[in-house]
Design a protein around this ligand. Structure first.
Ligand code: C2E
Ligand code: MG
Ligand code: MG
Length: 742
């Protein structure tokens, strides 16, 4: 349930963007290569188209020059039109038909009459087709035969004064449904006839596949050919020159060089190598990043673990416990099963820490943690809240019987003896239990209730468990009220002292009295010290209370000659740094003989404060003040303490005296304590003597003094004075002996 250890998670969030960048880079490089290849293909296409168009223009110009050459001959009009001369025609034209004019159709057209004479070319072409074809080239001939009115008279070609009308023209166009070069030139009239109405030499040369093959070879454009307008072929490039009206004259196709593909193939190895490196680099960076991320994540997890766990026990600490408790409260409110919080406090742990040192205390905490873990189910949460405080969160059944069972199991495992650093240690556990149900408010309340239940468990005698109920809240309120009332009683001088006599072993003489604080509350009546001393100690009211008792006892004791006045000192009071000064001042102010003052300390007063306690005791002892170790046998009963601290007296706890008649071991303990005290040169007083048998036993055992109801209950000072008045005064030697020995 503590959800540990925290796993190391790889951070996918940091890896994804890197792969994205790598992917994008690869796509960009690929796009760049493909787009430059495409661009190169486009440039190549444009170049190829330009080359073809130049080749076509070149062929067209050559044809024009042929036409001009023939038409410009001196006798051209005469021999070609007026009086056709076969020899001359053969010489001028027929010779060329083997060369540049091979396959060409050569005609002479008279624009004025519309007559046509075929000089060379396809004889099969019927005259009506030639007429139709001539109509197609009419627009070409029109500029060559301008109207007499709109054009200046033709004099000489190249006259400087007037720009001569064009006498020749050429173009590519469709002729009889086929693409062809057409060149036209007006025949040289040679001074005869009207130049403007000269017949025109027309040469038509169809664009043949042979011509295209030749051009294709020259331009290195394989398979240059004519195709129809609808032809499609992804493996070919196309070029379709248009006339002025935007109509397609011809459509050429050829197998392109496609340098783009070459670029791609050429760059592919380099791009591949670069990409390989890039991917490898990205992979390396990613691996490094992943490792770093994993290291950071592990570090974060470790930090979180440390922040949430107690280093000593390895258990979740208060912070993690608080988080889990909040989550649990939320779950229960949403309808999950009820749960319970067990607040565990170790009994006597502090004593171990104080007497045997922190290293033993630390080891003990580790052992307790381990046992607690073993005592609950795996899904229950065990936490160390601090010092000797632990807590368990359990989701099991929350009926009283079940919870008590868990608590008893925990108490049993914690209370079993521990072997730590060569010591056998026994501690206990008190447990406060609170049920987390749908009515639970918040974790602060739950913790407060658990504390109340724990307080009750401790008050009821420790090593037990109490389940919180609403009445405890009322108890706490009552305790707070008690505290307020006690404070005002101290301030208003509302306390009193009862003195209990301490007698010589024969029970004849009162040799001392113990001052016991009383609180007669107007409403509650006489509040027992077991109630108000505990409240005073928890609220530190014990400091003014203790001072008040000491002062009062010293004042009262002044009039009781030869009697020791014993005053109880609480641990809190004794540990104050000014304790010696306070006692000294009270003694001075009251004028009480310090040699008749006996301060009763319990072993818990000395724990963990060895040096401070010893020096305070020694300083007071120089004044003559005596010390008694109260309730001996109930605490640690440490022999070391008896040797270290300068006690004058041991007070055997009344629980042993009570049992001396019935329990043999109690009698043996009393004997042992008496001989121990005597052995160490101390006086021994027995407390709680209630009957004559006990007195006989103790007297025979050799106690120096006895205190108990047999000799008198705690009574007012006046009663003590009355009893003292009836007993014979101590003899001088006895008085001196008592003052010296205590
Ligand atoms: P304590 O110092 O051990 O005092 C003796 C207690 O035993 C007294 O209880 C006394 O009334 C009771 N007692 C004496 N003889 C008998 C007997 O024969 N039978 C039984 N059953 N009891 C007997 P008390 O007055 O109720 O005081 C209880 C404890 O409260 C004291 O135990 C002492 O520890 C503490 N206390 C009382 N007054 C003061 C005080 O002024 N200052 C401090 N710090 N503690 C005080
Ligand atoms: Mg006492
Ligand atoms: Mg006592």
């Amino acid at each position: 349930m503590d959800g540990l250890p925290f796993p190391c998670r790889p951070r996918r969030g940091t890896v994804a963007p890197i792969w994205l960048v790598v992917g994008l880079a690869i796509v960009c490089i690929a796009l760049a290569v493909v787009s430059s290849a495409h661009r190169a293909d486009l440039v190549a296409l444009e170049r190829e188209q330009t080359l073809i168009s130049h080749a076509l223009a070149d062929r067209q110009n050559r044809l024009l020059r042929e036409a001009e050459y023939i038409a410009a001959a001196d006798e051209a009009l005469q021999r070609l039109w007026l009086e056709p001369d076969a020899d001359w025609i053969h010489q001028q034209i027929g010779m060329r038909l083997q060369g540049p004019l091979s396959g060409a159709l050569v005609l002479v057209v008279d624009p004025a009459s519309g007559r046509v004479r075929r000089l060379a070319g396809d004889a099969a072409l019927p005259a009506d087709q030639i007429a139709a074809a001539l109509r197609e080239i009419a627009s070409l001939l029109a500029p060559i035969t301008p109207e007499a009115s709109s054009s200046p008279p033709l004099t000489m070609r190249g006259t400087l004064h007037e720009p001569p009308p064009a006498r020749s023209a050429a173009r590519m166009q469709r002729f009889a449904g086929e693409p062809a070069f057409v060149a036209a030139a007006a025949l040289n009239a040679d001074g005869r006839g009207d130049v403007r109405s000269s017949p025109i030499l027309v040469i038509v040369k169809l664009i043949s596949s042979g011509f295209l093959r030749e051009v294709g070879e020259q331009l290195e454009l394989p398979d240059l050919r004519l195709v129809d307008e609808t032809a499609t072929d992804p493996a070919s490039n196309f070029f379709a020159p248009k006339n002025q009206a935007g109509e397609t004259i011809a459509r050429f196709a050829w197998t392109p060089n496609r340098p783009g593909a070459a670029i791609i193939w050429d760059t592919l190895p380099f791009v591949g190598i670069a990409l390989g490196f890039f991917v490898a680099l990205a992979g390396f960076v990613l691996r490094y990043a992943r490792r770093t991320t994993a290291t950071i994540a592990a570090g974060e997890d470790r930090l979180r673990y440390m922040a949430m766990h107690d280093p000593l026990s390895g258990l979740p600490n208060r912070m993690l416990f608080g988080e889990r408790l909040d989550a649990l409260i939320g779950d229960v409110r949403q309808g999950h099963a009820t749960a319970a919080l067990l607040s565990i406090d170790l009994d006597h742990f502090k004593d171990v820490n104080d007497t045997l040192g922190h290293h033993v205390g630390d080891a003990l905490i580790g052992a307790v943690a381990q046992r607690l873990r073993g005592a609950v189910r795996g899904e229950d949460l065990v936490a160390r809240l601090g010092g000797d405080e632990f807590a368990v969160l359990t989701r099991g059944p929350t009926d009283q019987r079940h919870l008590q069972e868990i608590a008893e199991r925990i108490i049993a495992v914690v209370s079993a003896p521990y072997a730590v650093a060569g010591h056998t240690l026994v501690i206990g556990a008190s447990i406060g239990i609170v049920v987390v149900d749908r009515d639970s408010r918040d974790s602060a309340d739950i913790m407060r209730f658990a504390d109340m239940a724990l307080y009750r468990a401790k008050n009821e005698g420790r090593n037990r468990a109490c389940i919180y109920d609403a009445a405890m809240n009322a108890d706490l309120t009552q305790r707070k009220q008690l505290e307020r009332d006690l404070r005002s009683a101290i301030e208003r001088n509302g306390l009193a002292i009862a003195y209990q006599p301490q007698l010589s072993p024969d029970g004849e003489r009162i040799i001392g009295v113990e001052a016991l604080c009383r609180w007669p509350d107007p409403v509650r009546g006489l509040v027992p010290p077991s109630t108000f001393i505990a409240v005073a100690e928890q609220s530190e009211l014990i400091i003014p209370l203790g001072e008040w008792v000491l002062r009062r006892a010293c004042m009262d004791g002044r009039i009781w000659p030869d009697v020791t006045v014993a005053v109880n000192v609480s641990p809190l009071q004794f540990r104050r740094p000014d304790f010696v000064e306070v006692v000294q001042r009270i003694l001075e102010q009251t004028g009480f003989d310090p040699r008749r003052l006996e301060l009763e300390l319990t072993e818990s007063t000395l724990l963990g404060n060895v040096e401070g306690a010893e020096s305070a005791m020694r300083r007071l002892k120089t004044l003559g003040v005596k010390f008694a170790l109260d309730d001996f046998g109930t605490g640690y009963s440490s022999l070391l303490y008896l040797r270290t601290f300068p006690f004058d007296k041991l007070k055997i706890d009344r629980s042993f005296v009570n049992n001396i008649e019935s329990a043999a071991d109690a009698a043996a303990i009393v004997h042992a304590i008496i001989s121990l005290g005597r052995g160490l040169g101390m006086k021994v007083t027995a407390e709680g003597v209630e009957n004559a048998n006990q007195q006989l036993f103790l007297r025979a055992a050799g106690v120096h003094a006895m205190q108990g109801y047999l000799f008198g209950h705690p009574v007012e000072a006046t009663e003590i004075a009355r009893r003292l008045a009836t007993q014979a005064p101590a003899t001088e030697p006895e008085r001196q002996r008592r003052l010296v020995a205590g």
